[in-house]
Write a protein that binds this ligand. Structure first.
Ligand code: TYD
Ligand code: MG
Length: 497
């Protein structure tokens, strides 16, 4: 038997130390280090003991060239389009995924719906709940109208029992384990819920997924600071990590892929939580762009990034002459100091005087924006409201404004433009030099530094500075501003009628 030893493992980041400390050296968190007994088999910790043996007994594996036949991974269609998009075209057989999210966000609801859809399609589906009793899961399925779906259900937390159950009978195509934090395995001797337990349990399930060809989805809860509690280490072991997020006050939920070995990671899936479960939202920006009236002054669409997810959000501004001694400034969904700064830059460098005007700024859809990249959209909305010139409902704006009046490049311009294009927008105003900063994609034919050049289906107008934006709005140039009724032109999806 392998030698037993005691080690101290941080429950936040999983780093191992020889002695206890109040603060983890790895992640800097306090009071996260817990003593764990290492049984010699629990993966990373147990490696040294087994290493000498396996070196002796090891089999010679054939080494092959990088080039050669490679098959596209076989996928399992879930029947839910948003889920398909996030996973990169369906769940890959024999892969393991981690779905993380705050408690109560709707992970179990999403996965029971996906499980039922796949079971209805004729696949063998097993749903293992470690958190809820059979009755609770059944009750939820009833509520969702999925009571008749042929999903095989178990309430179990022992990894050994789960694996024995899964291995008996025909191999299921899709397995959900809800949640990874409730599992315990005899392979590790530490208490359930500790990093070692979670890692060992995940390892066993992932190994089974690879060996059997079943898709295994592990559910993990997220801590306050946004990490998947304890099993951050699990993120490295699985093939894909999906986060399910949303605001409690809002009905929308976003499934975002932060890691995917079989697909892109800037895909998002948007759902709406209804009384009858999650409803897919095919056009996410309809939630955030709302009932837009592209013809009234004072609104600009910001092409933003929420984490790694691009999102279009409407910024609304109202500028009106003040009737009081001091002008009012009211902001919802954005930083008030940042607004003051933009007003000051507009006044100092562009001659736009707002000192005698009340300024109201609102981010539509109840969203809160923290990104400085929204500066340009805010400035555009302000100038539009002040001048009474409506901005085109088909344009998006992004860029950070500096105190000198310069517009600075921002990160992920490509992702922002891709999202705008996907939603049917036709043009974008962005910082000059942003495309070079993003890999030199700019096709600047004819040396027109500020001219609108079509890239990725969008007309791009690169701005030299804030004064440039103000001049364009005032002049209505660059195809950005509408002075005439738009009439019957096709509108961007989710835009005003
Ligand atoms: P749940 O899937 O249990 O969350 P998680 O597994 O992430 O902890 O979701 C629970 C929440 O979803 C709960 O607050 C109620 C809400 N909900 C609805 O609004 N409609 C529904 O049809 C269902 C099943 C849940
Ligand atoms: Mg749950």
């Amino acid at each position: 038997m392998a030698k037993r030893s005691t080690r101290f493992v941080c429950q936040n980041c999983g780093s191992v130390s020889a002695r206890w400390a109040g603060r983890c050296d790895g992640c800097g968190e306090w009071n996260t280090i817990v003593e764990e007994v290492d049984g010699g088999q629990s993966g990373v910790g147990g490696a040294p003991a087994g290493l000498a043996v396996s070196a002796k007994r090891g089999r010679v594996v054939p080494l092959v060239a990088l080039s050669g036949e490679a098959k596209e991974a076989p996928r399992l269609a879930s029947g839910m389009n948003e889920l398909e998009r996030v996973t990169g075209g369906g769940f890959v057989r024999g892969s393991a995924l981690l779905v993380g999210g705050d408690p109560g966000i709707g992970k179990s609801t999403l996965l029971i719906q996906a499980a039922a859809a796949m079971a209805e399609a004729g696949h063998r589906v097993v749903y293992v709940s470690g958190e809820e009793a059979i009755g609770q899961v059944r009750l939820r399925a009833e509520r969702l109208g999925l009571g008749k779906a042929p999903v095989a259900l178990a309430a179990e937390t022992s990894v050994e029992d789960i694996l024995a159950t899964l291995s008996a009978g025909p191999v299921p195509a899709f397995v959900v384990v809800d949640s990874i934090q409730t599992l315990w395995t005899e392979l590790a001797e530490s208490a359930p819920g500790t990093v070692t337990q979670v890692r060992t349990a995940a390892q066993a399930l992932i190994r089974w997924a690879k060996a059997s060809g079943a898709t295994v989805v592990l559910v993990g809860h997220v801590t306050k600071d946004g990490q998947i509690a304890g099993p951050r280490v699990v993120e490295h072991m699985v093939d894909a990590v999906l986060y399910f997020e949303g605001d409690d006050a809002q009905r929308f939920r976003v499934l975002r892929s932060v890691k995917n070995r079989f697909g892109a990671t800037d895909e998002i899936g948007v759902f709406e939580m209804t009384g009858a479960g999650l409803r897919e939202v095919a056009n996410p920006s309809e939630l955030f762009l709302g009932e837009r009236d592209g013809r009234s002054p004072g609104t600009a669409v910001f092409a933003g990034m929420e984490g790694s997810r691009p999102l279009l959000i409407e910024i609304q501004a109202l500028v009106a002459p003040t009737s009081l001694g001091t002008a009012r400034r009211a902001v919802v969904g954005w930083d008030g100091n940042r607004l003051s700064m933009i007003l000051a830059v507009l006044e100092a460098h562009c001659g736009v005087r707002l000192g005698q005007h009340d300024v109201y700024l609102n981010v539509a859809g109840g969203l809160r924006i923290a990104e400085p990249a929204a500066d340009l959209a805010v400035a555009a909305a302000l100038v539009s409201s002040l001048t009474g010139v409506a901005l085109s409902g088909e344009s998006v704006y992004f860029g950070e404004i500096g105190l000198s009046g310069a517009i600075r490049p921002v990160a992920r311009a490509d992702a922002r433009l891709k999202e705008a294009e996907r939603l049917g927008f036709r043009s974008a105003m962005l910082p000059a030099g942003n495309l070079e900063a993003n890999g030199g994609r700019a096709a600047r034919e004819g040396g027109k530094a500020t001219g609108a050049v079509p890239i990725a289906g969008l007309d791009l107008a690169e701005l030299q500075g804030l004064a440039d934006l103000v001049a364009r709005i005032a002049a209505g140039s660059g195809g950005i501003v509408h002075r005439v009724p738009i009439g019957d032109r096709p509108r961007p999806a989710g835009a005003a009628r």
